[in-house]
Design a protein around this ligand. Sequence first.
Ligand SMILES: Nc1ncnc2c1ncn2[C@@H]1O[C@H](COP(=O)(O)OP(=O)(O)O)[C@@H](O)[C@H]1O
Ligand SMILES: O=P(O)(O)OC[C@H]1O[C@](O)(COP(=O)(O)O)[C@@H](O)[C@@H]1O
Length: 300
Amino acid sequence: MIYTVTLNPAIDYAMHVDNLTAGQVNRSHGEYVLYGGKGINVSTVLHNLGVESIALGFVAGFTGEEIESGVKNLGVQTDFIHLNSGLSRINVKVKGTKETDINAAGPEISKDELEKLFKKLEKIKDGDMLILAGAIPKSVPEDIYEQFIERISGKNVNVVVDATKELLLNVLKYRPFLIKPNNHELAEMFGKTSLDEEQMNYYAGKLQDMGAKNVLVSMAGDGAVLFTENKKVYKIGVAKGQVVNSVGAGDSMVAGFVASYFKDRNYEKALKYATAAGGATAFLEGLATKEKTEELLKQL
Ligand SMILES: Nc1ncnc2c1ncn2[C@@H]1O[C@H](COP(=O)(O)OP(=O)(O)O)[C@@H](O)[C@H]1O
Ligand SMILES: O=P(O)(O)OC[C@H]1O[C@](O)(COP(=O)(O)O)[C@@H](O)[C@@H]1O
């Protein structure tokens, strides 16, 4: 079984605002809602692509109830822990000429509640997969991803981590199967503002030296580069289409990669499928569907 963990799920509330102006009343001319948080997005797209997973994490308040029933209605299996207080996040995504995200802090998680998640992770067995994705709430120890991986050490479990900065760097020593920083996150991890191709190769290699088996660097509309554990480098562009919503494109890419790689064990194929799934989300209002992913795959 594949388990995804989203410590801080969110309702993504997307609004179309043509000219966002700070300090003014801005009006949206259309809104829609997605049940998100990185792990949940991965579970949703995996489900859309025909691969089952169980979404773990914490939900709180009426927003938490909405997220839980929303993803269940999409067909995703969940096993969330219900927090006694607080509210799951509403992350506002303003779409105009540029995309502006305001991601909320989210509810507090107590030690006891965190312990309940550790208990759930005990179910993980040899051959399962664990996908840790997204930022962690402030109330949770900064090394929580490391603690999760420690708890399953000794079991033959492929771990995927989609996180940034120290959160990601600190788990590399556990040899995660896949990490997926975008090019900006990769630059930021090494104190840079941007990277040219040579620097990207160098720093992705550095993440591998630090322990990551496969590094997938996504570059939004410029495609992605995959650095594999057998030291191959595959580059890919993107499928053509009209961008509607790129929120969740990275999560969709992770889902597409996992879905394809564990079916065919072929890195090049998995990169194509991942790119098609990322593009499908970018070109749809919601997350990638199998139909859109397979339509875009033909272009790659
Ligand atoms: N504008 C776009 N056009 C086509 N494909 C896109 C676009 N934005 C994202 N994608 C696809 O989704 C993948 C992940 O997007 P990216 O924005 O880099 O991830 P993240 O959301 O993690 O920052 C890209 O590598 C690409 O395949
Ligand atoms: O956990 P974080 O880093 O605050 O990010 C949460 C946000 O990321 C998303 O999962 C989208 O992520 P990507 O665009 O990187 O795929 C949203 O659904 C959510 O609002």
